[in-house]
Write a protein that binds this ligand. Structure first.
Ligand code: NAD
Length: 504
């Protein structure tokens, strides 16, 4: 079989290795699953879905709670796996793990409230009817996940789909296959009586992901880069499989004149460099209002200079995941400097593969790749805005719209309301990611569809309407022949209900 190979993923005909990007050590070897393997799993998942749906909301909550307990009891093994596969410090792995646990707990506890059958008004033409709407599971959901938050993206997507009554097949990233498989295995280990196929996974590279898209799953939730997202959507179009796309970002932070600059600089430095900047919602651009620019830059410089990259205990973040990702970061830094930017911290010399040490670029032209494209590395651009209106204009100027943040003592809510992003944080950064009750997802090139929150549960269902005739009422507009009385009733109804009211 041919495979779409990412650099640093050693591949044979039917296996691939996971390599620690910091040490180069092979830390796992996994089979490459084919479309035939996926077809078998899909059959199993379809059968299991009947059982899973029959558990009802309460039964599913009990089963998912056992899974959460199992995961929490195996936290140390999960941290070790997350660390060995991606060389991220345990603190970064912990952050995504707790967010994932919270999503399972919340979705299981709230699915009934959001999805249960509810009565709705039948409307003027059908006052003799009762009507209700229920959100039904779609069936089997395919989930494809990235390497950078390999535990959270598996847990969060699976939590929404499972709580809504679907069974799930995940394809974890080939760069972090072990962590994904471990947390999925935990579901059945915690629930040995559940039939195989409630939550399962396939391993492989891009081709296995593409096969999952074309397999006939009832929905495909993809988290990853924009170019792969385009391929996923095209592949899913073959079977009209609906998709959720959780893609990249170029998140902006606005620093208003009345911001708490001490808090803002601390948050921006963390938001830009945690996970080595390899975060979809990492802070990549900052727009600071001119009046507070110099003070803010000095605070950022002092704090960013203390941020460290490496493999030792106590470092702030680890290596870049692949040589290709290092080159994207290098290209953006070089382009910014060539375009006239000032390197406030670090610069082109900060790129020392597999590490990129912290880089803060100031005054980067708006059309520069470092401003327009996702960098996905430990680089932050800080540009100056004449005022808040100018900052909002610049913040909203990319094709992305995943997350955003604003620091302002008095105008936070107002400024947040004018930013084009799926989630905005006021006086902190990216906090919405860790809140299971708020929907998470983007607009524009950052994708569409939502994980967590009420919208994340509905995402993995279809709305089904049932209307029931309670008694007959004349004249019946749903019968032939139409009489003068039929026309007259509708004419009068339109006049009374719409025309008079709207006359104002
Ligand atoms: P990627 O797009 O390279 O890979 C993601 C997954 O897609 C992997 O499992 C990969 O095997 C699979 N894949 C590759 N080719 C495929 C194909 N043709 N069909 C189906 N699947 C295919 O992304 P990555 O490098 O693992 O992750 C980084 C990207 O993910 C960044 O752009 C980041 O912003 C984004 N991301 C987004 C979110 C979000 O929630 N919006 C969260 C985390 C990461």
């Amino acid at each position: 079989m041919t495979t779409t190979q990412r650099e640093s993923t050693p591949v044979t005909a039917d296996t691939f290795d996971v390599v620690n990007p910091g040490t180069g050590a092979v830390v796992g070897s996994y089979p490459i699953h084919t479309s035939g393997d996926i077809a078998e799993l899909l059959d199993q998942a379809r059968e299991a879905q009947v059982w899973w749906a029959a558990q009802g909301f309460g039964g599913r909550q009990r089963i998912m709670t056992r899974w959460v307990r199992w995961l929490a009891a195996h936290a140390e093994e999960i941290y070790a796996l997350g660390n060995s596969e991606t060389a991220r410090p345990i603190g970064d792995v912990q952050m995504e793990f707790i967010a994932g646990l919270e999503d399972i707990r919340w979705t299981a506890a709230n699915a009934e409230r959001v999805l249960r059958r509810r009565k709705v008004a039948p409307g003027i033409a059908f006052t003799n009817f009762a009507a209700d709407v229920v959100h039904e599971p779609l069936g089997v959901v395919g989930i494809i996940t990235p390497w950078n938050v390999p535990i959270y993206t598996v847990l969060s997507g699976a939590a929404c789909a499972l709580a809504a009554g679907n069974t799930v097949i995940v394809k974890p990233s080939e760069l972090s296959a072990g962590a994904g498989a471990f947390v999925i295995d935990g579901f059945h280990k915690a629930n040995p009586d559940a039939p195989a196929g409630v939550l399962s996974y396939v391993h492989g590279l891009g081709e296995t992901g593409a096969a999952l898209c074309k397999s006939g799953v009832d929905k495909l939730a993809f988290t990853g880069s924009v170019p792969t997202g385009r391929r996923v959507m095209a592949a899913c179009a073959e079977n009209l499989t609906p998709v959720v796309l959780e893609l990249g970002g170029k998140d902006a932070t606005i620093i208003a004149e009345d911001a708490d600059l001490e808090a803002a600089s601390t948050a921006v430095v963390w938001g830009a460099f945690f996970n080595g900047g390899q975060a979809c919602v990492g802070v990549e651009r900052v727009y600071v209002v001119r009046a507070v620019r110099d003070e803010f830059l000095e605070l950022v410089r002092t704090k960013a200079e203390k941020v460290t990259a490496g493999l030792d205990d106590g470092v702030s973040y680890g290596p870049m995941i692949t040589p290709g990702q290092v080159e994207i970061v290098r290209r953006h830094i070089d382009a910014a400097v060539a375009g006239g930017a000032t390197a406030l911290v670090g610069g082109p010399e900060s790129v020392k593969p597999p590490f990129v040490h912290p880089v803060v670029l100031v005054d980067v032209p708006e059309d520069n790749p470092a401003v327009c494209e996702e960098t996905f590395g430990p680089v932050v651009v800080i540009n100056t805005a004449t005022d808040v209106d100018d900052a909002i204009r610049q913040a909203n100027s990319t094709s992305f719209g995943l997350g955003a943040s604003v620091f302002s003592r008095k105008r936070g809510a107002e400024i947040a309301g004018r930013m084009r992003a799926g989630g905005v944080t006021v006086n902190a950064v990216l906090s919405f990611v860790g809140m299971p009750s708020v929907p998470f997802g983007g607009v524009g090139d950052s994708g569409f569809g939502r994980f967590h929150g009420d919208a994340g549960l509905r995402e993995f269902t279809y709305a089904k309407s049932t209307v029931r005739k309670k008694f007959s009422m004349g004249p019946n507009v749903q019968e032939f022949p139409r009489t003068a009385e039929h026309y007259d009733v509708i004419r009068k109804t339109i006049r009374m209900r719409y025309e008079r009211k709207f006359r104002g």
